[in-house]
Design a protein around this ligand. Structure first.
Ligand code: CO
Length: 299
């Protein structure tokens, strides 16, 4: 029997919705199907930053109390570093899915913690699509679904802007609020610019920049200069306030954003909290997870 469920497929750089392996889970008596959720993060080796990821895992457990919720990291460098330094073995997404399949889980929702659907998300989507095409012994009999990253479609950017404005609106009254996203050579990088325009509609003193994409620090500095103010609040636009937040954003090295603003005479503060620590982001994440779960229940 061919089963189907809604998932996200990525091909040729385009994200599209597609039917993957899936299910009539609603017709299965409760207690028989074993459902799992796999939270997939890039990972962080900064122990103080890890709780942002753990908070999302806890939010998934809270929303799916009957499901098995597990965590995988995509970064092999970070996985190996954590094993060496902290003795914790965190699986790759493929390892985690193989284990769930072997343990008899009939359906699984793969929920990335990524902010934009860049290269990392494409890698995960390709894997989910491949596993979703299986129909025999090594398949998940009731399907595998992929949840959306935080920002995928226009309304996601609007919602994120509103959420950030609720949290930083007051700070913005006193000076520039500068968000640092990761950024990517992938075309999904354009979502940061959309987020900037959504923030512009709400208030004048927000600037979105990225470490490795577009807009960059020069764009952020231009906005800060033209704002006329002399105060800046630096905020990571990443799930964890890890290495980039602690070094590239708020570090003491002369090339950090903090040092570069200070060199231009700005008074700089940093709010070193990952997005994953924000209860509204946790709710956003859970909503994407629920949406993916519903796709598995469709006939
Ligand atoms: Co990076």
């Amino acid at each position: 029997m061919v089963r189907s469920g809604l998932g996200i497929l990525v091909a040729g750089g385009l994200v599209m919705m597609a039917w993957l392996g899936g299910a009539q889970a609603s017709s299965i008596p409760a207690g028989i199907s074993k459902q799992a959720v796999l939270v997939v993060s890039f990972g962080t080796s900064v122990p103080e930053a890890r709780h942002a990821v753990d908070a999302l895992v806890a939010a998934a457990r809270g929303a799916f109390p009957h499901a098995e919720v597990r965590l995988a990291f995509t970064s092999n460098i970070i996985r190996r570093k954590i094993l060496k330094e902290q003795g914790e073995r965190i699986p790759t997404p493929l390892e985690a899915l193989a284990a769930l399949q072997d343990e008899g889980f009939s359906s699984v929702i793969v929920q990335p913690t990524h902010v934009i659907p860049g290269e990392e998300f494409d890698d995960i989507a390709e894997m989910v699509a491949a596993l979703g095409s299986l129909q025999r012994k090594y398949s998940f009999s009731k399907g595998i679904a992929l949840g959306k990253p935080l920002l995928l479609e226009g309304p996601d950017c609007r919602r994120m802007a509103a959420l950030l404005h609720r949290k930083f609106g007051t700070a913005q009254d006193n000076g520039m609020v500068v968000f640092m996203g990761h950024g990517s050579p992938h075309m999904a990088d354009a979502l940061y610019s959309r987020l900037q325009l959504e923030l512009d509609r709400l208030a004048p003193r927000y600037a979105v920049g990225t470490v490795e994409g577009f807009p960059d620090f020069d764009d952020v500095m231009r906005r800060a200069r033209s704002s006329g103010g002399k105060r800046v609040l630096l905020v990571p636009l990443m799930i964890v306030a890890g290495d980039h937040a602690r070094n590239d954003l708020a570090g003491t090295e002369p090339d950090s954003w903090k040092s570069r603003f200070e060199a231009e005479g700005f008074r700089v503060q940093a709010a070193l909290e990952g997005l994953g620590e924000n209860p509204e982001i946790q709710a956003f994440f859970v909503e994407h997870l629920r949406h993916a779960a519903q796709s598995l229940e469709k006939p």
